[in-house]
Every structure is written in C-alpha cells, then in structure tokens.
Design a protein around this ligand. Sequence first.
Ligand SMILES: Cc1cc2nc3c(=O)[nH]c(=O)nc-3n(C[C@H](O)[C@H](O)[C@H](O)COP(=O)(O)O)c2cc1C
Length: 195
Amino acid sequence: MHRDIGAVCALYPMPTTIVGALVDGRPNFLAIAHVGILNNAPPQYLTVSLKKFRHTAKGIRQSGSFSIGLPGVSMAVAADYVGIVSGRSVDKSGVFDVFYGRLGNAPLIRECPVNMELRLHDVMDLPAHEVFVGELVASHVAEGCLHDGKVDLEKARPLLFDYSSGWYFSLGEPVAPCWRAGRDHPAYLAAKGVK
Ligand SMILES: Cc1cc2nc3c(=O)[nH]c(=O)nc-3n(C[C@H](O)[C@H](O)[C@H](O)COP(=O)(O)O)c2cc1C
C-alpha cells in the first residue's frame, strides 16, 4: 500500500552545491540544492535554480558567469553558513580561499574537491525561481580526488542534502555497476536466450 502525500517533491537527496559569482566585483557564494543537468553532451548545460532576488543572481547577470562547487562532507558548516546569510548584508567573500580558472570571473573554491565554471547561457523566469542555465566551460578537481582522470566520489565525499529531514548526508557504499547490473535481470537474460 502506498499513501498519496500530495505534490511533495521527493527527488532528494540532492548534492549540496555552493554557487559563486562576482557581485559588484566581489565574490559571493550561496548554497544551492536545486541543480540540474540539461544537456549532457557538448555543449553541456547545467542549471541552478535560485529563488527570485537572491543577491548572487545579480552577480551572475552582471558577469555572465558563475561557478558550481561541490563541497565535501567536512565543509558542512561553511556550506550551511553561506546558505543562511545573504551577501546583501554580510560579506561572504572571505569564507573560502578563492581562485579563478579559464573564465577569470567565476570565483572557485580551493576547499571544494570539485569546482565547475559556467558561462551564462540563458535564464528561465519561473513563478518563484529564476533558473540560470550555464554552459560548462571547465571543471577543476583536487588532485587527491581523482582516479584515472575522473572524479573519485569516495575521495571527494560530496555533501548530500535532504529537504524532508533537513539534514546533510554522506554517500553510502557502492551498490552495483551501472550499465552492467541490468544484465542480470531475468528479462535481459531471457532476451539473450540465457536459461
Ligand atoms: C542546503 C541548502 C540548500 C539551498 N538551496 C537553495 C536553492 O536551491 N535555491 C535557492 O534559491 N536557495 C537555496 N538555499 C538558500 C540560499 O543559499 C540562501 O538564501 C542564501 O543565504 C542566499 O545568499 P545570497 O543572498 O548571498 O545570494 C539553500 C540553502 C541551504 C542551506
């Protein structure tokens, strides 16, 4: 038996991200859980969904750039901090050690195991949110979090966010290999003629 609990968004957990932009020339950061992948082949478009009038949104528009950082679990306090105070009243430029990549105006976070730089492509105006669509320009990964040139999640230990409990989580154990586990499904085996 399943109970209908109404139109409750139940897509969580989502990665906790820290989105950065230069606002009036100064780095500002906020926590964003509502992120998306729109086009996963070049050009790659990622989205960040900001409630209207977020201070950071002003900077994304001004500079035409933004960053998405993936904090590790050890960064829960700092990630939460930039998610509970606004750059409109508090200077958040010194919270992280900032560096710049190819765009030169998307502030990246040295403490984050993964940082992505995006060029603003489009803005979708929705009733409560503005969805910033960015073209992925480059990803910067801490040396210690790479394996064969790819992000190693067990080393990066990304911080996950659950809206319903209001808690941050970490990843659990690997479960099954993608694009391979399904080959053990009875329907797959039957189609392949495996008894
Ligand atoms: C875990 C977490 C996730 C959040 N996700 C979002 C989000 O997806 N969209 C949004 O507009 N605000 C989100 N917020 C709230 C903003 O981060 C917060 O309002 C921030 O202080 C805005 O900063 P700014 O005014 O300097 O831009 C989130 C906050 C936290 C703690």
